[in-house]
Ligand binder design. Structure first.
Ligand code: ADP
Ligand code: 5GP
Length: 190
């Protein structure tokens, strides 16, 4: 095992839009202040209440392309018509300092990180049923119908790839899913 303890590791959390990633990540961060969540860059427009540098770094397509061409992103992908990517430097710095790092990213990005960090723990978050996923994404009320349909279509591809991951957590009961994530990430006691 590396000189840092087993908690000082990189964890990827992937799962279809609306499955509850954001909800669970917020709970994890509240309970484990030493866990660090990478703030991604995106070309998506901010949702109501989202602030630049908090949920995302919001970019124009040109400035996102600039980040890509400068090698500033650890991985990036297109998702439902927008680009998303992980700023490289802050992740490397945290890992070198022994901090546990969490990336909440979609499937293509997870595949890229898997190649560069094969030791990363990759967790797939799945819904109890597809119908429940649809209900959650609609219930959230943050996307227009076209975007919801794009996200649900993408969800089918993501769900079909869940076997690629180290572990699958079903987000049916929120507290159970939270406990499962804590156990997998070695956070249960910190
Ligand atoms: P994601 O970040 O994966 O797109 P969100 O965290 O925004 O998903 O969750 C989508 C919706 O589902 C939100 O309205 C959230 O409150 C709800 N939700 C999350 N987890 C559960 C759960 N275990 N049971 C019921 N609803 C949930
Ligand atoms: P949303 O628009 O709902 O915030 O996010 C859409 C999708 O983009 C989610 O599946 C989320 O995990 C993913 N995502 C967020 N940040 C990144 C990132 O930096 N890289 C990649 N590849 N996907 C991301």
């Amino acid at each position: 095992m590396a000189p840092t303890d087993r908690r000082a590791r990189l964890t990827l959390l992937t799962g279809p839009s609306g499955v509850g990633k954001g909800t669970l990540v917020a709970r994890l961060l509240a309970r484990h202040p030493r866990l660090w969540l990478s703030v991604s860059a995106t070309t998506r427009a901010p949702r109501e209440g989202e602030q630049d540098g908090v949920q995302y770094f919001f970019h124009s397509r040109d400035s996102f392309d600039h980040l890509v061409s400068n090698g500033g992103l650890l991985e990036w992908a297109e998702f439902a018509g927008n680009c998303y990517g992980t700023p490289r430097q802050p992740v490397i710095e945290r890992l070198e300092a022994g901090t546990s790092v969490l990336l909440e990213i979609e499937l293509e990005g997870a595949r890229q990180v898997r190649r560069s960090f094969p030791e990363a723990l990759q967790i797939f978050l799945a819904p109890p049923t597809f119908a429940e996923l649809e209900q959650r994404i609609r219930g959230r009320g943050t996307e227009a119908e076209t975007a919801i349909e794009q996200r649900l279509e993408r969800a089918r591809t993501e769900l079909a790839a869940q076997q690629e991951f180290d572990a699958v957590v079903v987000n049916d009961d929120l507290e159970t899913a939270l406990g499962d994530l804590e156990r997998l990430m070695g956070l249960a006691d910190c």
